[in-house]
Design a protein around this ligand. Structure first.
Ligand SMILES: NC(=O)c1ccc[n+]([C@@H]2O[C@H](COP(=O)([O-])OP(=O)(O)OC[C@H]3O[C@@H](n4cnc5c(N)ncnc54)[C@H](O)[C@@H]3O)[C@@H](O)[C@H]2O)c1
Ligand SMILES: N/C(=C\C=C\C=O)C(=O)O
Length: 486
């Protein structure tokens, strides 16, 4: 039985209250750990440790020294790859085949990528003419923002936490991380790596707990937090934004989505099927960038639907360590109940269930887990709740369209604006349509192909701000202008 303690000032500490909550394996709902729930005291200790570390050895390091240290963190994650893989898959139930290609490699890459950005990105300088004709020089100078609260979700725990911790530390900040209550393991394990690599105590801190009236809320309302970066549901983002308003703390929000996939008749059909299969079903559909609405130009609608059903039927459900498995359970029974609610709602709203729609028989050993069938629907009206609300499961609705104008209107008819995928071999059409899609991220003939130098974030109710590459600098640093009279 694992015991997950907080990581504060370089040490693992339990909650003074002794309060813990259960950590269960999604594969069979077995009890695999107890997690300490942080109270106000633990959160305060973590924030004050982070504050103090800014003025300690960490604050004395040069940018080059910080970058060297963070590159060693990346290398150590890779050296302990199997431990991170086992911990992530135990927490999430996802197949090793997925976590070993996405979650863990990106956990390391997120430290390296931002180090290189920082080392190579200039600030700014302007020469100003002055009335005395001697002029002045203006210099842009970046300093760390301070103590960053990092609040992360359960779907890609290590990836999404390090996506924030990497740039935050690269810019000289310190962090207090509150991972999801569903997935404490890899964030806790990273504390060991920080110590092994010589990251000073207090630079990286972890507190466990829930949101409201628990560690999440205690952290976002703590007066010594200088900025909050959050990934999770839009409604949670609203709550965190309200908390951040007191004391004017900056926020970076990466929230929900109801992403469209647009398949034109002039696409490479096999590429479109392969890409849509990934965007709808990888990670059991638990990817914010995933496709839950698929629009297919009428001439290829029947062929596309047929191929998708054939591919879904081939998905192999199984334990994480099953090398043949490419489809795991949802993260919890609670989330399975939510997704199954939408499966039932789809039928009530008039959907045709083309494949799936239920709970699979996984055999006695696994039937207690959060398993659910990958599902395709057709025939729903555009205003159906299943078409408008984020489900965050392995399901998608496929609908024909006839014109480019029609599909752009359909794709944009959502309160969200996170991502989209467009499948066409016509490059002019690809760019023309992509420019009109109201989203932060548009892939053409690909999906979740990530260049960490690019801007990442959502429009509309999918988030606020952009992280990635130089874009994170605006959030993770204060930019000062120094004007020097000549
Ligand atoms: N845009 C992105 O990059 C992105 C990436 C991954 C997931 N997501 C979204 O995340 C959601 C799924 O993740 P989830 O269920 O963990 O989201 P969630 O909002 O329920 O929880 C996310 C985190 O916020 C914490 N939290 C909850 N309420 C809080 C509060 N009031 N104050 C402070 N912290 C609070 C939770 O404990 C958790 O650590 C989906 O909507 C998905 O689209 C978005
Ligand atoms: N933030 C990123 C992925 C988000 C995935 C959402 O589930 C990334 O690739 O950097």
């Amino acid at each position: 039985m694992n015991e997950f303690k907080h990581f504060i000032n370089g040490a693992y500490v339990g909650s003074a209250s002794g309060k813990t909550f259960e950590n269960r394996c999604p594969v069979d709902n077995s009890l695999i750990g107890l997690v300490h729930e942080a109270g106000l005291d633990e959160v305060d200790q973590a924030v004050r440790a982070a504050k103090a570390a800014l003025k300690g050895p960490w604050g004395q390091l040069s940018q080059a020294q910080r970058i060297e240290l963070l590159n060693s963190v990346a290398e150590r994650i890779n050296q302990r790859f199997d431990e991170f893989l086992e911990a992530e898959c135990r927490d999430t139930g996802k197949p090793y085949s997925i976590a070993s290609h996405i979650d863990i490699p990106r956990g390391a890459a997120n430290f390296k990528a931002f180090s290189e950005t920082l080392a190579n990105h200039p600030t700014e300088a302007f020469r100003l003419d002055a009335p005395d004709h001697l002029g002045a020089i203006n210099l842009g100078h970046r300093t760390p923002k301070g103590v960053i609260a990092v609040i992360s979700p359960w779907n890609l725990p290590l990836l999404l936490m390090t996506w924030k911790v990497g740039p935050a530390l690269a810019c000289g900040n310190t962090v207090v991380v509150k991972p999801s209550e569903e997935t404490p393991a890899t964030t806790t394990l990273l504390g060991e790596v920080m110590n092994e690599c010589g990251v000073p105590p207090g630079v990286f801190n972890v507190v466990h707990g829930f949101g409201p009236n628990s560690a999440g809320e205690f952290l976002t309302t703590h007066p010594l937090i200088d900025a909050i970066t959050f990934t999770g549901e839009t409604r949670t983002g609203e709550a965190i934004m309200k908390a951040a308003a007191v004391g004017l703390r900056n926020i970076s929000l990466e929230c929900g989505g109801k992403n469209p996939g647009i398949v034109f008749a002039d696409c490479d059909l096999e590429k479109a099927v392969e890409g849509t299969m990934r965007s709808a079903f990888v990670n059991c559909g638990q990817v914010c960038l995933g496709t839950e609405r698929v629009y297919v130009e009428r001439p290829v609608y029947d062929a596309f639907l047929k191929r998708m059903k054939e591919q879904v039927a081939k998905l192999k459900l199984g334990r994480p360590e099953d090398t043949a498995a490419n489809f795991g359970p949802l993260v919890s029974l609670e989330h399975r109940n939510k997704v199954k609610y939408y499966y039932d709602l789809a039928v009530e709203e008039g959907a045709t269930v083309e494949i799936g729609g239920g709970i699979p028989d996984m055999g006695e050993a696994l039937n207690g887990g959060a398993w659910i069938e990958p599902t395709i629907w057709t025939g729903l009206a555009d205003d159906a709740r299943v078409i408008r609300e984020e489900i965050f499961g392995p399901c998608c609705h496929i609908r024909p369209f006839d014109t480019e104008e029609e599909v752009i209107q359909l794709a944009n008819d959502t309160e969200y604006g996170l991502a989209a995928a467009i499948w066409t071999e016509n490059s002019s059409r690809a760019i023309r349509v992509a420019e009109q899609i109201e989203a932060g991220l548009v892939w053409v003939n690909s999906w979740f192909l990530r260049d960490l130098r690019t801007a990442f974030g959502g429009a509309k109710q999918s988030g606020i701000g952009r992280e990635g590459g130089v874009h994170g600098l605006e959030f993770y640093t204060e930019l000062k202008n120094i004007c020097i009279k000549l």
